[in-house]
Design a protein around this ligand. Structure first.
Ligand code: 173
Length: 318
């Protein structure tokens, strides 16, 4: 098809003007596309692309098929991508303090008011060359899922799939740990390479794990953290209108956490219907487990980063 000469020039001129004002950011997520911990980020992208017409757009590259989860933090740092949906647990190699984010369960708006967010921002600026745009899932806790029934809080002889989120508590209980990305959990369970795995209360159905899971250990512990990170140079290069599109969408994204309580209830019901049985301990043992999880979590962060770790602990109130 041939386009008349003047018409094509006009289109080209318009396109140039539009690009001069509109910026497009390349985005990745560290969780599988369309699954629990990517979905709200995908909704965020839709909102940005609707609100940001002519101002700022996001080009969604995708998830682990495009980039291994443990490389996403570094890809933000080096500007291989501009914006990412990623949990701190996946970049503790560059920023040990990111392991503390699971220990800070306050709502994002409270963290924005009491200085917690500002300090987390400062650490991301320094260590990851990133702007910490948003914090999601503060009200979603983790569990250890098991294929062997245990009758006391002792993991001796058990091999558990972990990330930095669960490593210290699993080891404190005597378990052996194997660190893997989420994409390897199904096969590890299917082959019996592990006896259990750490994961949030929601999301096990996304990758079919209910087929290879027998038990969910109670109580739930810690607080999921999935952040939205923007490369700091990219962030500083945006104008006020562009920043506003992202800031408004970030607050909207954080407010989606109000959906989590209902979601958790329905996922627990769905797990029960799939035959996944809870492993429960006495109130005293549960309390001791939670205290231990909190203590070993903080000790581990503070050992790697004494000053910042202590400051984060103080801000957390835990
Ligand atoms: O288990 C994990 O892969 C993990 O660390 C995590 C963190 C946040 C949300 C979901 C999983």
């Amino acid at each position: 098809m041939r386009v008349p000469f003047f018409a094509s020039l006009a289109v080209a001129a318009f396109a140039t003007t539009a690009t001069a004002q509109e910026v497009t950011l390349r985005a990745v997520t560290s969780f599988a596309e369309k699954t629990q911990f990517s979905r709200n980020f995908e909704r965020f992208i839709e909102k940005v692309n609707a609100d940001g017409k002519g101002v700022l757009q996001i080009n969604y590259i995708g998830g682990p098929r495009a980039m291994p989860p443990f490389e996403v933090g570094n890809a933000v740092r080096t500007k291989v991508v501009d914006i990412a949906n990623v949990t701190g647990a996946f970049y503790t190699n560059m920023m040990p303090e990111a392991d503390a984010l699971k220990l800070i369960g306050k709502p994002a708006d409270a963290q924005r008011k009491d200085g917690t967010f500002a300090f987390i921002e400062e650490l991301h600026n320094l260590k990851l060359n990133a702007h910490y745009l948003a914090r999601q899932f503060h009200n979603v806790p983790f569990h250890i899922y098991m294929n062997k029934k245990i009758d006391k809080l002792d993991f001796t002889g058990l091999k558990i799939r972990v990330t930095p989120v669960y490593k210290d508590i699993v080891e404190a209980l005597g378990g052996t740990t194997v660190t893997t990305a989420p994409g390897e959990v199904y096969t590890a369970l299917e082959r019996g390479v592990v006896d259990g795995y750490g994961w949030p209360v929601t999301g096990i159905f996304d990758l079919g794990w209910e087929k290879v899971t027998k038990f969910r250990m109670e109580p739930a512990f810690y607080s999921v953290e999935v952040g939205v990170l923007v490369n700091l140079d990219v962030w500083k290069g945006l104008n006020d209108r562009q920043k506003k599109v992202l800031n408004d969408a970030a607050l909207w994204l954080e407010a989606l956490d109000s959906e989590n309580a209902a979601l958790i209830k329905s996922e627990r019901d769905r797990q029960a219907a799939a035959g996944i049985q809870p492993i429960e301990f006495s109130a005293a043992d549960s309390k001791a487990f939670l205290a231990k999880a909190n203590d070993v979590g903080w000790a581990s962060v503070i050992k790697r980063s004494p000053e910042n770790g202590a400051k984060l602990r103080k801000l957390s109130g835990n």
